[in-house]
Structures are given as structure tokens and as C-alpha cells.
Design a protein around this ligand. Structure first.
Ligand code: ASP
Length: 596
């Protein structure tokens, strides 16, 4: 037999194949920990029992690949290792084969201190042998499998779409692939399968999904990769609620596969409400919401503080931070990224001295305990911008600037004082560890201040609300989209929408986005045409698989859950890509590279 050895196997003959994780030489006894995917098992080579293989065991070094054959034996009570699943047994070897030797690696999978990340990525095959990486990759497999199984059980077909295609607008730059056969032309790697999945609805596959790689050439951050994996789906005839139900179903299955029972359905919140309460469209519900406290001050107070009386004044409460020193208070100031003249009051003690009435009310309103930190964010005299094209929105651009400044500070403070409040630590209770939320009713368009034009807030195939259709040209600021995001603990897991299924409306949207008829035709002509051949109403969503696994693994970077990731400079350090190519290859493609 082979695999994980247990006490019940005692007395049986077994073969263990794997890497030498560690070798301890006690003279007449050599202990070798053999590591395979299932963990580590101790093998004993005894000089007394078999001098020849004991001598061979002396040759073993870290990371040699071996096969040990022997008899499973219960360990003596005082040598049982409770920390590993095979800790109660050992294999007493009577045969040893060295299947392959190994150079001494730059770091060992068993090292307790992590090597620097560049070294880990260069020698990724060694890094992947580490327990933590084996766990993460197995978790990824289980999560993806649970999602596939769930969606298949709901009647979804997994259908592949091309990687070599045309540009799809998801807001990033495309990765381009030059065509040799048609010199001077390029395929784009898909930023998402958006148009293909919509076309699959037109083609009669009314429930589609795909766990699919997407490619976006954008500036990278810890939670971005140039190629990443989406759980992409689309269905015909859904209301948004139907899409949410499917997503909740597969997330429940995925979390279960990782050992967590989550409750559905998830709470829902309008975009405007998310901004008012949290200053961000992906609120972390584990932390307290803002309290609006402008009315706690008198008009005179606000004037003294040079606070704009008509704009929001919000209190941010960060639990259990305790009394701050002057230096600590000073450290908060640079964390505040003021937009549109928003002002910060980080010294609540000082406010208490000058405005005892107001601050008392604020403490009541926020429900603050004695050791909670309260800071205030307000508008200032400099706020302005009534002539902004979005100034009639429920949350005006001026208000948005204050809420957004406060929203970022709320998250930054919670991160800075995470050790003190402990809210981000997993408690083992999935209801508090994993706070999901649907954010809905986003504005259809966002105004690009630099280009002075409206842009699609989601993507240009998103349907406006039925009752806002007439404002598409006259008042784009007020058009709401049938778009939704699913958020977990302040991370956007995915976004989707009900789509436009009528060609005339799709044209109108392209027009509202400043695209001429010719431009729309040259970029999306095939799609506009397809819409004319009987398109059912449809909608869908895409969620980031890497992000879901990252959160489940408790990792802080996507690179921890992607087997072969890229660095922040979009490089693969193991295969050393990207690289220059030969002149002959370039000639074939009709491409000349400019020397810098
Ligand atoms: N294609 C969209 C994205 O990648 C998701 C969707 O609308 O289904 O964000």
C-alpha cells in the first residue's frame, strides 16, 4: 500500500515515495521524513536490521526523491508527533531506492522563515512544494470544482470562448497578438468574454458559465494580475434577483468546500446608500458605518470650525483604539486623502473641550465606547462645483468628495489599528468572518473630468433602468444602471448587469458615450448586427476566482493562490517572460521594434 499511513496500517507492508524533507542521523538509526502531497511520514533505517540500506540512507540529502519500502509500525508513545496526521506511525525500511538526486535548493520547502518573494517566484517549483502552497492550490481546486458542480447542477453549460479575439471594452489596455497571416493586424486577448457570452444567449444556450482566464494590461497592485481567472456567467430572461440567487448558490458551495457554512441570501444596498454610510461602493460591513453628525453642532459652531453648513459632517468610529498620543494623532493626518476640500478633525479631545454639547451628542449618535476612536470629516468653505454635470444626483459630487475622503480614511484607520480592535481576525463563525453584500443601482455613467465626457460606469452593454431610458440623452447623470456588485469584507468579488438586448438602445448608449455611428460600427458592428436577429433579454456577472481563493486562504496577495503568477512588473520570473524575440520572428510578423 501507499499514501498516508495511519495506526490501522501497523504491521502492513507499505511503499512511500516522495522527497527527503529532513534527515536525522543518530548513528545506528537514521530517520528520514519523506514528504509527498499528503504530508510527511517518518521512515527509519536501522543499521542493526539492515546494514546495507542503512548505509545507503547515509547518502540521502534534502529533496532527493526516494522510494522506501518497509513495514508500518506504531511509534513508541514518547516519540508520537501529534502535530502531523501520520505522527503515530513510522515506516521501518527494508528497501530504499534513490529515484533522483537533487541539487541543494536555494531554500527548503521545510524552511520556517520564508525566502524573499523574488527567489520564491524564480524557483516556484520548490516554493510550490511548501505546505502552505500545497494547501492553497488544493483549496483553489476544491473551490473551482464546487462551483463547476453547482452550476452544472443548475443547468449551466461550460462553454469555451476564444482567447484570440477582438478588443472588448472593460476599461483596461489590451494585450495584443500580431497576426502573421494578415500582416499589420492584431488579435486582442480578451479582457473578458463579455460579447461572446452575450452572443451565446442569442445562440440559444440560455445558461452559460466558464471558469476563464482574462487578460488586462493595467497598472498592477497586490490584488491584480495581468492574467486572472473569472467565474463568468450569463443567462437568458433573468431579473437581477435570479442572477444573485445563482451567485449565492455557488458561493455557498465554494465556501462549504473550504469548510465554511455561509448563510444566504446576502443583504442588498443601493449604491447611494453605500456611499452615504460607508463612503465607498464596496463597504466592509465588519466595521461600523459612518454617523452623520452635522446637526449635533450649532450653526455658530460650524462657522467657528469653518465647516460648510450644508455639506455632510461624518463621524468615523474605529473600535477599541484607545487613547492616542499626540504623535499617533499626527500620524493620522497624512492618511487623509482630501478630495474636493474635505476637512479632517482628528483631535476629538480638543473638540470636546471647545464644543462639549456637540461632542456629547456625537458620542451618543455613534454609540462610541470609551476606548473607541472618533474622527470627523466635513466639507470646507472651499467646496464648490454646483455646475458639475452630476450636481442633481442624490449624492452630489461635492457630497461624494466628502464621503469618499472619509470612506478611504475609515478603511485606512481600521487597517492601521487592526491589532487593537481585532475585527479582521477570523473568529471561526462564518456569519461574522464573511460579510457579503450586494451593491445595486449604480449610476449608468461616470463623468471623466479630464476628457470632459461621460464614460460607462460598468461597461457599455449594461442596461439602464427602464424608467430612466428617456434621460439617456437629456440627463445622463440621472440614469441608473441595472448593474450590481457582490462584495465581501470590503473587497469587490465581482460585478455584473442586466444587458441591453435591443439594438436601438445599444446604439443610443454608444452615442451617449460619445461614439460616432462609424466608430460604433467599426468596433461593434458584428454585435449590433447580432442583436437584430432575435435577442432574448439576458444578464450575468463575473467574479474573480483568485480573489475568492485568496480570502479563503487568508492570504494577502493573489500570488499566493496562483500557481505561476506575475510580479508587479508583469514578469514571470521562473520562465523569464516577457523576452525579446528573434529578428526572424519579427520579420515574419512584419514588426519592427524601435530601439530605445
Ligand atoms: N464582463 C464583466 C467584467 O469582466 C462582467 C459582467 O458584466 O458579466 O467585469
Amino acid at each position: 500500500m501507499c499514501g498516508v499511513l495511519r495506526p490501522a496500517d501497523a504491521g502492513k507492508k507499505a511503499v512511500l515515495m516522495g522527497w527527503v524533507n529532513r534527515r536525522r542521523d543518530l548513528g545506528n538509526l537514521i530517520f528520514v521524513d519523506v514528504r509527498d502531497r499528503s504530508g510527511v511520514t517518518q521512515v527509519v533505517f536501522s543499521e542493526e536490521l539492515n546494514a546495507a540500506i542503512h548505509a545507503k540512507a547515509e547518502l540521502l540529502r534534502n529533496e532527493y526523491v526516494i522510494a522506501a519500502i518497509g513495514t508500518v509500525k506504531l511509534r513508541d508513545a514518547d516519540t508520537v508527533n501529534k502535530n502531523i496526521p501520520t505522527g503515530e506511525v513510522e515506516l521501518v525500511a527494508d528497501e530504499l531506492r534513490i529515484l533522483n538526486e537533487a541539487k541543494h535548493p536555494p531554500f527548503l520547502p521545510s524552511d520556517t522563515a520564508l525566502a524573499n518573494e523574488e527567489v520564491r517566484l524564480k524557483y516556484r517549483y520548490i516554493d510550490l512544494r511548501r505546505d502552505a502552497m500545497q494547501f492553497n492550490i488544493e483549496l483553489r481546486h476544491k473551490v473551482a470544482l464546487a462551483i463547476r458542480d453547482y452550476l452544472a447542477s443548475q443547468g449551466f453549460f461550460e462553454i469555451e470562448t476564444p482567447f484570440m479575439t477582438r478588443s472588448t471594452p472593460e476599461g483596461a489596455r489590451d494585450y495584443l497578438v500580431p497576426s502573421r497571416v494578415q500582416p499589420g493586424t492584431f488579435y486582442a486577448l480578451p479582457q473578458s468574454p463579455q460579447l461572446f457570452k452575450q452572443i451565446l444567449m442569442i445562440s440559444g444556450f440560455d445558461k452559460y458559465f466558464q471558469i476563464v482566464r482574462c487578460f488586462r494590461d493595467e497598472d498592477l497592485r497586490a490584488d491584480r494580475q495581468p492574467e486572472f481567472t473569472q467565474i463568468d456567467l450569463e443567462m437568458s430572461y433573468p431579473q437581477p434577483e435570479r442572477v444573485w440567487e445563482v451567485v449565492e448558490g455557488f458561493l455557498k458551495a465554494a465556501f462549504k468546500a473550504a469548510g465554511h457554512e455561509i448563510k444566504t441570501s446576502f443583504p442588498r444596498m443601493d449604491y447611494d446608500e453605500a456611499i452615504r454610510q460607508f463612503g465607498i461602493d464596496k463597504p466592509d460591513l465588519r466595521l461600523p458605518a459612518f454617523a452623520e453628525v452635522g446637526d449635533c453642532f450649532t450653526a455658530q459652531d460650524l462657522e467657528t470650525l469653518a465647516v460648510h453648513p450644508e455639506l455632510p459632517v461624518v463621524a468615523i468610529r474605529t473600535p477599541k483604539v484607545g487613547e492616542l498620543s499626540r504623535k499617533e494623532r499626527d500620524d493620522i493626518k497624512p492618511m487623509f486623502n482630501s478630495k474636493g476640500g474635505a476637512k479632517l478633525f482628528e483631535d476629538f479631545k480638543r473638540l470636546e473641550k471647545i464644543f462639549p454639547q456637540a461632542t456629547k451628542k456625537i458620542l451618543q449618535r455613534t454609540g462610541a465606547a470609551a476606548d473607541d476612536l472618533i474622527v470627523l470629516v466635513s466639507g470646507s468653505g472651499q467646496s464648490g462645483g454646483q455646475d458639475h454635470p452630476a450636481s442633481k444626483r442624490k449624492v452630489t459630487p461635492e457630497e461624494l468628495a466628502i464621503y469618499a475622503s472619509a470612506g478611504l480614511l475609515r478603511v485606512a484607520l481600521a487597517q492601521k489599528y487592526a491589532d487593537r480592535h481585532g475585527i479582521f481576525k477570523k473568529s471561526g463563525n462564518p456569519e461574522t468572518d464573511y460579510r457579503f453584500l450586494w451593491v445595486t443601482n449604480f449610476p449608468m455613467f461616470e463623468y471623466d473630468e479630464q476628457e470632459k465626457r461621460w464614460m460607462a460606469a460598468h461597461h457599455p452593454f449594461t442596461s439602464p433602468h427602464e424608467e430612466d431610458m428617456d434621460k439617456l440623452e437629456s440627463d445622463p447623470a440621472m440614469v441608473r444602471a441595472l448593474a450590481y456588485d457582490v462584495v465581501l469584507n470590503g473587497t469587490e468579488l465581482g460585478s455584473g448587469s442586466i444587458r441591453i438586448h435591443r439594438q436601438d438602445i445599444q446604439r443610443k448608449i454608444f452615442h451617449a458615450l460619445g461614439m460616432t455611428e462609424e466608430e460604433a460600427k467599426s468596433r461593434f458592428g458584428f454585435f449590433l448586427e447580432a442583436l437584430e436577429y432575435g435577442t432574448p433579454p439576458h444578464g450575468g456577472i463575473a467574479l474573480g476566482l483568485d480573489r475568492i481563493v485568496m480570502i479563503l486562504a487568508g492570504a494577502d496577495s493573489l500570488r499566493e493562490v496562483i500557481p505561476f503568477p506575475k510580479t508587479a512588473a508583469a514578469k514571470d520570473l521562473m520562465v523569464d517572460a516577457p523576452t525579446p524575440v528573434t529578428d526572424a520572428q519579427l520579420r515574419d510578423l512584419g514588426i519592427q521594434v524601435k530601439k530605445k
